[in-house]
Ligand binder design. Structure first.
Ligand code: ATP
Length: 371
C-alpha cells in the first residue's frame, strides 16, 4: 500500500432530507500527515469527519484505513479518536481520570494505564494539573486534556473538529504550536477541521478546501496560496485583487500577456492555454504590488502602471492601501519597512509587480474561455 493511501475516502456522498451535505468527495491522506479540511460554515467538513469517525454513514462511497474497508464499522471499533470543539470532558472526574478513561474502558492493566497517563500528562504539559477537575482549568488547559485523552488511546488517526474555536487568538496561536509539537512526538495522522485559513495553513502538511459539499482543491499550503485552482480558493485563502482581463497573446514559459483596464498590458502566469480575446480573471495578491515614486527603468516597465493612493490604514506591522488606477480599485499591503520614500495619501505613484505574482484564475465565461 503506497504511504499516501493510508486513509482513503472514495466517492463519498451524504444527504440530509434530500439536501446534499457531502458530494462525491475523494481524498487520500498519508500515514503521519496533518491534513486539514478547510472551508466556510456549512460546506460539509464536519459531516465528512463524522463519517471517518463512524458517527455518520455515507449514502454512497467507501472509507478505507490502512487497506481495511471501515465504512460499516461502528465508531468504537475504528482506530480513530475525535477531539471536539466543546472538549466533552467528564466534569466530575479529575484530569488524570479523564485521560485514563478510554484505557479503563478497554480494560488495560493498572500499571499500563498509570504509565500511559503519566506520559500523556508530560506530553500535554499537564503534570501540575493532574488532580484538578475540568471546571478548575483554563480553556487552553481543558483543550489539552481533551487532546491528551484522545491521544492516550494511540489512535491511528486523530480527528480534530475545530478544536481551538472557543479559545482567544493568543491562546489559539499557542495551542497550534503545542499541537505541532504533539504531532511531532506521537506521529499519528491528524485530520483537522477548521474554517480558519491561518490555522489550517500554519498547521497542515496538506489541505483540502471544501465548498458546498465538494472539494475544490487539495494542495500543500504554499501551493494553495500561490496557485489557487479557481476563484473560490483564491478568495477564501488570503486577500486577493481580482482583475477582469482580456488575453492578448500566450508567452513562453507558462505566461500570457493580458490587457487590464487601468494597468496596461502586463504579463502574468497561466496554467492553461487561452485563446486571444478570451475574457479571464487575473489574481494579484496585495503584498505583491510594490509602490514607488519614480518611474521604473524602461526595461522594467511591462508590469508597471500609474495609480493614486486613495486610502491608507495602519495595521501594526504593515499598512493596507487602496489605490485607484483609472477605473480600477486595488488593495496593496505595504510592509512598514518598505524601501525608499513611499507615496502617501492622495499621492500619485508607480506600481509594479512581477509576472510570477499575477495569475489567470478562471474564465469570466467558463464555457468559452479555455482553448
Ligand atoms: P461548520 O463550520 O459551521 O461546522 P461544516 O462545514 O462543518 O460547517 P456540516 O456541519 O458538515 O458543515 O454541515 C453541512 C450541511 O449539512 C449543512 O447544510 C448542515 O445544515 C447540514 N447538516 C449537517 N448535519 C445535519 C443533520 N444531522 N441533519 C440535517 N442537516 C445536517
Amino acid at each position: 500500500m503506497p504511504v499516501q493511501d493510508f486513509l482513503v475516502i472514495s466517492q463519498v456522498c451524504k444527504s440530509y432530507s434530500g439536501h446534499p451535505a457531502v458530494q462525491e468527495v475523494s481524498l487520500n491522506v498519508a500515514r503521519g500527515e496533518v491534513f486539514s479540511l478547510l472551508g466556510p460554515s456549512g460546506c460539509g467538513k464536519t459531516t465528512l469527519l463524522r463519517m471517518v469517525a463512524g458517527f455518520e454513514r455515507p449514502d454512497q462511497g467507501r472509507i478505507l484505513l490502512g487497506g481495511q474497508d471501515i465504512t460499516e464499522l461502528p465508531p468504537e471499533q475504528r482506530p480513530v479518536n475525535t477531539v471536539f470543539q466543546n472538549y466533552a470532558l467528564f466534569p466530575h472526574l479529575s484530569v488524570w481520570e479523564n485521560i485514563a478513561f478510554g484505557l479503563r474502558m478497554a480494560r488495560r492493566g493498572r500499571a499500563e494505564i498509570r504509565a500511559a497517563v503519566e506520559k500523556m500528562l508530560v506530553l500535554a504539559r499537564l503534570e501540575d494539573h493532574a488532580r484538578k477537575r475540568p471546571g478548575q482549568l483554563s480553556g487552553g488547559q481543558r483543550q489539552r486534556v481533551a487532546i491528551a485523552r484522545a491521544l492516550v488511546n494511540e489512535p491511528q488517526v486523530l480527528l480534530l473538529d475545530e478544536p481551538l474555536a472557543a479559545l482567544d487568538l493568543k491562546l489559539r496561536q499557542h495551542m497550534l504550536e503545542e499541537l505541532r509539537g504533539l504531532h511531532r512526538q506521537v506521529g499519528s495522522t491528524f485530520i483537522y477541521v477548521t474554517h480558519d485559513q491561518e490555522e489550517a495553513l500554519s498547521l497542515s502538511d496538506r489541505l483540502a478546501v471544501m465548498n458546498a459539499g465538494r472539494v475544490e482543491q487539495v494542495a500543500v499550503p504554499e501551493e494553495l496560496y500561490q496557485a489557487p485552482a479557481n476563484g473560490f480558493v483564491a478568495g477564501f485563502i488570503g486577500d486577493a485583487n481580482f482583475l477582469n482581463a482580456e488575453v492578448q497573446e500566450m508567452l513562453p514559459g507558462g505566461f500570457v500577456r493580458v490587457q487590464i483596464e487601468g494597468m496596461g498590458r502586463p504579463a502574468v502566469q497561466a496554467a492553461a492555454d487561452w485563446r486571444t480575446g478570451a475574457a479571464v480573471r487575473v489574481m494579484v495578491r496585495p503584498e505583491s504590488l510594490h509602490l514607488g515614486l519614480e518611474r521604473p527603468a524602461a526595461s522594467d516597465r511591462s508590469n508597471c502602471f500609474q495609480a493614486v493612493v486613495e486610502e491608507v490604514s495602519f495595521l501594526g506591522g504593515h499598512e493596507r492601501l487602496r489605490l485607484r488606477a483609472g477605473s480600477l480599485s486595488l488593495v496593496v499591503k505595504r510592509s512598514r519597512g518598505a524601501e525608499g520614500r513611499q507615496p502617501g495619501l492622495s499621492e500619485p505613484c508607480w506600481v509594479r509587480f512581477a509576472p510570477e505574482a499575477g495569475r489567470v484564475i478562471e474564465a469570466v465565461q467558463p464555457t468559452c474561455g479555455a482553448k
